[in-house]
Design a protein around this ligand. Structure first.
Ligand SMILES: [Zn+2]
Length: 247
């Protein structure tokens, strides 16, 4: 499969090359800027100190900003399972979208088609496991919301990119907004930590706030219809399913 790309290099990467074996994750982002042109500028400006390997524009064009074997600067302080600082082991893909701050939009059909093509290409090239396809908010729940609840995780997973569940709509609707008890909420977090969300409470944050951030990150990823930071039976059900199927 030929992948059509456009070179538009960013100076923001580590000069030391990595081996292809070190590439184990894909991390999706949205750009979170009002205009696409601003986002391109920022990702390629030496002063911004940020970058990603790829940028997918609204029209579906795929820009290469940093070659895969160089470490791009997209994840920041981050953690998943026993991995810290995910930049080291990941490919970062930015997708144009104004984000929650500037009128979060649906991703365009052309973008979604490019996300799928590019992901499939990378998964095959570097043998990336479905478990290791993540969103920025999964690895930095206390800081980030991207790619957000409009990101097509369900569609992608049906095409073998990333994880999802196959729970029935009816079952989910029935358990939505149904309260959980303390023991169930503890089980929910245990499940999330086993899936990979960081257990460690970041400095300067209290436990309660952090756990609510983690809950929202989980909802943006796996229960996109309602982001309310409340752990209901639906959230618990999904977490149980994912853990059973994938751990
Ligand atoms: Zn991001």
């Amino acid at each position: 499969m030929a992948l059509k790309t456009i070179l538009n290099y960013s100076p923001n990467f580590n000069s030391k090359k990595r081996s292809s074996k070190e590439i184990k994750f894909i991390v999706f982002h949205y750009t979170g800027m009002k205009k696409e042109s601003q986002a391109v500028k920022r990702l390629t400006n030496i002063q911004s100190k940020v970058s990603s390997h790829y940028l997918i524009k609204s029209n579906g064009n795929i820009f290469i900003l940093v070659p895969d074997l160089y470490i791009a600067w997209h994840a920041g302080k981050s953690s998943w399972k026993n991995y810290k600082s995910l930049n080291q082991n990941s490919i970062g893909i930015e997708i144009t979208n104004p984000g929650h701050e500037f009128g979060y939009k649906k991703f365009s059909r052309k973008q979604i088609s490019s996300i799928l093509k590019l992901s499939k290409f990378l998964i095959k090239k570097y043998s990336i496991s479905a478990k290791n396809i993540l969103g920025h908010s999964d690895i930095t729940p206390e800081r980030k919301k991207d790619p957000g609840e409009k990101f097509p995780w369900e569609y992608l997973s049906k095409n073998k990119v990333g994880l999802w569940h196959t729970l029935k709509k009816q079952e989910l609707t029935k358990s939505r907004n149904q309260k959980t008890n303390q023991k169930e909420r503890k089980l929910f977090f245990d499940n999330l930590f086993k899936l990979g969300y960081s257990k460690k409470i970041p400095k300067n944050l209290n436990k309660r706030k952090y756990l609510s951030d983690v809950t929202k990150a989980f909802q943006r990823r796996f229960r996109q219809g309602l982001i309310n930071e409340k752990i209901d039976q639906e959230c618990l059900l999904i977490s149980k399913y994912l853990l059973k199927k994938y751990n």
